[in-house]
Write a protein that binds this ligand. Structure first.
Ligand code: 4NP
Length: 176
């Protein structure tokens, strides 16, 4: 059997300063706890926050959960991400649509909605907390942590291309 590539997971939201950095931090935390070696990153579909640190409310939320994300830097999704990452998770349907629209013809990454990984939460968005209050960031953390736990569970078990609703991930983006 050929070697499976090491999982490389990219989380994508709009600005890359609120939701996707928290998703990145949550997966780093879960993977470390599980002793899983994976590559994790985050990016935005928009370009407003390139080079910026995460929103201070996101930083504070991560800190409350034991993660320091102050050094993360916003970046925009680029064509090579679709070849470098094995899986790209959009935080909501708009970002998923945008990802599919910009995917290069030779994309190899599997692209899907993050909450599809969480039983009972399929099709749901991780709500954008940017225009809300601090409490919204705790909800974001709770959502992305649930997804991170589910992802680690799959990566430890049959992998992301297994059965059940992970079938949603069995179609390469180029087959859409
Ligand atoms: P994010 O939140 O997509 O979760 O990082 C946002 C951050 C910034 C903006 C929108 C959403 N913005 O319009 O600048």
């Amino acid at each position: 059997m050929p070697d499976q590539p090491k999982p490389a997971i990219l989380f994508v939201c709009l600005g890359n300063i609120c939701r996707s950095p928290l998703a990145e931090a949550a997966l780093r935390a879960e993977a470390e706890q599980a002793g899983l070696a994976i590559h994790v990153d985050s990016a935005g579909t928009g370009d407003w926050h390139i080079g910026h640190p995460p929103d201070r409310r996101a930083q504070a939320t991560a800190r409350r959960h034991g993660m320091d994300i102050a050094q993360y830097q916003g970046r925009q999704v680029e064509p090579d991400d679709f070849r470098r990452f094995t899986h790209i998770f959009a935080l909501d349907a708009d970002n998923l649509r945008n990802l599919r629209a910009i995917a290069p013809a030779d994309a190899t990454a599997r692209v899907g909605l993050l909450m599809d990984m969480v039983p009972g939460r399929q099709g749901q968005a991780v709500t954008d907390p940017y225009y809300g209050n601090e409490a919204g960031f705790e909800t974001t953390w709770s959502d992305v942590s649930a997804a991170a736990r589910a992802l680690v569970g799959r990566l430890r078990g049959a992998g992301l291309k297994g059965t059940g609703h992970s079938q949603r991930f069995s179609t390469p983006v180029t087959d859409r």
